[in-house]
Design a protein around this ligand. Structure first.
Ligand code: SD4
Length: 333
């Protein structure tokens, strides 16, 4: 092992000879925006269910709670709502009529947890939090995730409500069990994951994302939401981002990680979301047929959002106001 002094001498020698490997050169990054404490605390989340979810998260932040608990409590709101057909209880099932859930969570220390293809548990986000806090792993899937949940006191519950079961039975008749890939724009199956990013009064950040995924997806299909960096990502030095929409497009471009890296390199949250959408358009030939939306918040509490198609909205709770905002979009704007 080289000691530090010898290492520096060696690099200096290589440098003098023009041989220093580029990896040894410090990356030149623009300085990140200074902390802007007047923007704290703040919460941003996807779609109109973000409004009540932001309230639950903000209650935790204002009572001095932990930012990870805040995002968990926030996204538990739509998870527990049987009227919400895209998250948790009452979510749309897969082609076999089974509701399978994906969720992820990330905290200011860079720790992360997730579950995917989880059945019969109303609050996958809370299981994801325990994966992060209690195991050496990041992601548990299917029956293993369920076993872990049950061992930790979660109770099994049928997530397929009678109303959604009827819709699935009708779908089954008309489609003869064919896999469909663009159901997110269908009025009956219209899906909207909740992704949330929060910053507390000290400037610490966390994120959460939870969904029942695409309605009538193939059995076993897992989307972007539980994949750290795809459906959600937080770097406490830079900011956080979350995605909603067609997860396949987000996974192919590692969307949330991309948004955070763009902010690291000096883009505003708005510019970063726009560039991540532009990347999807550039890389994915039929992107005009799908919806994807990104939300982002930087370390100063500045926010932004952008989507492929119009119709995406998001909720920002900041400066004591909780507002629903229509996102600008790449197509049809
Ligand atoms: C998925 N991204 O499973 C999720 C679904 C979603 O709004 O976001 N719906 O692909």
């Amino acid at each position: 092992m080289l000691d530090r002094r010898k290492f520096i001498e060696r690099v200096a020698m290589l440098g003098a000879a023009g041989l220093a490997p580029s990896v040894l050169k410090p990356a030149v990054l623009p300085s990140l925006p200074g902390l802007n404490k007047k923007n704290y605390p703040a919460v941003i989340s996807t779609w109109s269910h973000g409004i009540p979810s932001n309230v639950a998260a903000m209650e935790v932040l204002l009572s001095g709670g932990n930012v990870v608990d805040a995002v968990e409590q926030g996204v538990r709101v739509p998870e527990g709502d049987p009227e919400n057909h895209s998250v948790g209880l009452g979510g749309f099932p897969d082609r076999d009529g089974k509701v399978t859930l994906d969720a992820s969570i990330m905290g200011p220390d860079g720790d992360a947890g997730g579950v995917c293809f989880l059945e019969d548990i109303v609050h996958p986000i809370s299981v994801a939090k325990l994966v992060m806090q209690k195991t050496p792993h990041v992601l548990l899937a299917g029956s293993g995730a369920l076993q872990f949940a049950l061992e930790n006191g979660f109770k099994k519950q049928n997530l397929l409500t009678p109303e959604v079961k009827k819709m699935w039975e009708k779908w089954l008749k008309n489609t003869q069990y064919k896999p469909e890939i663009n159901w997110e724009n269908h009025p009956e199956t219209f899906h909207d994951t909740i992704g949330m990013i929060a910053i507390d009064k000290n400037g610490d950040m966390a994120g959460a994302c939870t969904t029942s995924g695409l309605g009538y997806k193939m059995r076993g299909r897992v989307g972007d939401s539980p994949i750290i960096g795809a459906g959600m990502y937080v770097d406490n030095e830079v900011g956080g981002a979350a995605a909603t929409g067609m997860g396949e497009l987000v996974m192919k471009t590692l969307g949330s990680f991309l948004v955070v890296e763009l902010m690291r390199h000096g883009k505003t949250p708005q510019q970063a979301c726009e560039e991540a959408i532009a990347r999807i358009v550039k890389k994915i030939p039929d992107s005009n047929k799908f919806q994807v939306g990104f939300i982002a918040m930087d370390k100063s509490g500045n926010t932004g959002a952008y989507s492929l198609q119009k119709g995406f909205n998001y909720a920002v709770y900041q400066h004591r106001k909780n507002k629903l905002i229509d996102s600008k979009s790449y197509y049809n704007s």
